[in-house]
Design a protein around this ligand. Structure first.
Ligand SMILES: [Zn+2]
Length: 77
């Protein structure tokens, strides 16, 4: 059993698409590459029985070289 499930909310209303490329380090490329960065609201649930979903903003960056996606939770509460 996975301790928590993270999935993209299909009903996400935020479309924070910007065309800005941000250069940052990619662990796959092992170098700094251009990334597509956006903010997405993802639904996370700690326990499916509990159905206590919380929606948290995540900073999602996708490496434009290899396509690796990294998600960093913005709200560190
Ligand atoms: Zn990469």
């Amino acid at each position: 059993m996975s301790p928590f499930v993270l999935r993209i909310d299909a009903m996400a209303t935020t479309t924070a698409t910007n065309d800005e490329s941000i250069v940052e380090e990619c662990p796959e490329c092992e170098s700094t590459t251009a990334h597509d960065v956006s903010v997405q609201i993802l639904t996370e649930s700690a326990d499916s029985e509990n159905a206590a979903y919380s929606r948290e903003p995540y900073r999602v960056s996708v490496c434009q070289t290899c396509g690796t996606e990294e998600r960093i939770r913005m709200n560190n509460a």
